[in-house]
Design a protein around this ligand. Structure first.
Ligand SMILES: [Zn+2]
Ligand SMILES: [Zn+2]
Length: 501
């Protein structure tokens, strides 16, 4: 197959643009057209005219919770409700629809509430019961770090109506069935391709890896899924002898995730200086334990991905990585699997340069800047000069990887691109299109060991790419959000938008 007649950005410094992209029947790019012209033996003669459209490498979301996101798509989402009452109305509508359809025999699970919505309600548990007509119900907070239960649910489980962090995650909600999981993820995968994604880094806590493997056994996985294991399972990982890269062409183990703190919205992010109320947030992984997690992970051949949002959490992660550098340097340098800090939402100015010095990836979610603006400014005030500091990090020499943390933000790479370039928390924190695209294609491919397989449209690489209706490099920042994904290809196969277009 030969793709031609448009703008083709390869992200390959040796040949950043080509006039045509030849793909062989194993789904690999054979070589740039300048070398290829006049030599058609390696590729079929199928020619696809892009009609002026643009090709770039496929998007890889560096941080998602895919099963949660995929299940949420099929559930009530109250995130856009303007008030708590409006959120309850959406829940009541779904409860009524389920009742009419006879599908109300299970719990009603919803997501998307914010602290502001909840603050309006005198008795959140009773309000939820009133909305569902007494059906057991649980609603996840938009940031997924808290859970709101109705009275009927509490009658079964006991305990508090509002639970945070571990207490929320440990709540034994009814598990989705195997069929529900598989259906949600398969439908979610189609949607991900429609949005232009060819890969994800999946940080799902429970059920996600199992679902991917079940689908992979049936040859139904077309995304490239890099899956993070949980630090609490290090003993099991050791016993099972899984190293980074374990898995298949489509589903592989990539990292060990550890949690250092909570979130800005709930003021559980761990801070160097107190919040207004005098609290410092939550310190979930004391230094000694953190060092142990990094050492053990590295010894097992796995890089760490450390959730750190407050400036104290970020510093603690950097300190621990500095002290363990000898343990993970080989994994990072020889095997291309550097450690990463997830979110890094608030960085103390003294720590900014340490990402580059240490070679730690800053794995950030640009859309969070707009979504968190009010909460961040209220919680951190003038400290926000170090918040969502994409460009200062790049200027210090650090490498960024961009994602969405879906379902916390929408799983939409075009929205991420637009936010990174045009909607920073503070003016001056935005990045240019090239930097943003690198953080969404090349970097998330290379840091999970796929450097020589995907991420660039270079000879020998799999043809993982997207066709866009226009060239992002020629699009004004305020119009980036309007870019349309026309088609998506993984390994030489169209997974969305088969031509002719
Ligand atoms: Zn996180
Ligand atoms: Zn996450």
């Amino acid at each position: 197959m030969i793709l031609e007649g448009g703008t083709i950005h390869t992200a390959d410094p040796a040949l950043p643009r080509v006039r045509a992209l030849p793909i062989d029947d194993r789904g690999r790019i054979t070589r740039g057209v300048e070398a290829w012209e006049g030599e058609t033996s390696a590729v079929s003669t199928e020619r696809i005219n892009l009609d002026g459209r643009t090709i770039i490498p496929g998007f890889v979301d560096a941080h998602v919770h895919f099963l949660s996101w995929a299940l949420d798509r099929l559930r009530v989402d109250v995130r856009d409700a303007p008030t708590g009452a409006a959120a309850l109305e959406l829940i009541a509508e779904r409860a009524a629809a389920d009742r009419a359809a006879g599908t109300d025999g299970t719990w009603l699970i919803a997501a998307g509430w914010t602290e502001a919505m909840l603050a309006e309600l005198n008795d959140p548990a009773a309000a939820l019961d009133a909305a569902t007509g007494g059906r057991p119900a649980a609603v996840w907070a938009r940031d997924r770090h808290a859970l709101w239960l109705g009275g009927a649910a509490l009658a079964q489980l006991g305990g508090d109506a509002i639970r945070r962090e571990d207490a929320a995650w440990a709540t034994p909600l009814p598990e989705p069935t195997r069929a529900e999981r598989q259906r949600a993820v398969a439908l979610g995968q189609q949607e991900a391709h429609r949005l232009g994604l060819t890969g994800i880094h999946d940080f799902e806590r429970r059920g996600g890896r199992r679902t991917w493997q079940e689908l992979d056994e049936q040859d139904r996985v077309t995304l490239r899924v890099a899956s993070a294991l949980s630090a609490e399972h290090l003993d099991a990982i050791d016993q099972l002898e899984m190293i980074a890269g374990f898995g298949s062409e489509h589903v592989r183990i990539a990292a060990v995730k550890g949690f250092l703190d909570g979130t800005v919205g709930a003021r559980t992010a761990h801070m160097l200086e107190p919040y207004d109320d005098g609290g410092l947030g939550m310190d979930l992984l004391p230094t000694d334990d953190l060092i142990e997690v990094i050492r053990r992970s590295a010894a097992l051949g796995l890089p760490v991905a450390l959730h750190a949002i407050g400036d104290a959490a970020v510093r603690s992660a950097l300190d621990a990585l500095e002290r363990t550098r000898a343990n993970w340097a080989d994994l990072a340098e020889t095997h291309g699997r550097p450690p990463r800090i997830e979110h890094a939402q608030l960085i103390h100015p003294a720590d900014l340069g340490r990402f580059a010095e240490l070679g730690v990836i800053a794995s950030m979610q640009p859309v969070h800047a707009a979504e968190d603006r009010a909460a961040a400014q209220a919680a951190w005030g003038t400290r926000c000069s170090g918040a969502y500091a994409w460009r200062p990090l790049v200027e210090s020499g650090a490498t960024l990887a961009f994602g969405t943390d879906a379902p916390i933000s929408p799983l939409d790479p075009i929205a991420t691109l637009a936010a990174a370039v045009a909607v920073p928390l503070l003016p001056g924190h935005e990045v240019d299109v090239a930097t943003a695209l690198t953080a969404m294609t090349v970097t998330p491919s290379s840091i999970v060991g796929l450097d020589r397989r995907v991420g660039r449209l270079a000879p020998g690489h799999f043809a993982d790419l997207v066709v866009l209706d226009r060239d992002p490099f020629e699009t004004p920042p305020e119009e980036l959000a309007a870019i349309q994904v026309v088609a998506t290809m993984v390994g030489g196969r169209w997974v969305h938008g088969h031509p002719p277009w």
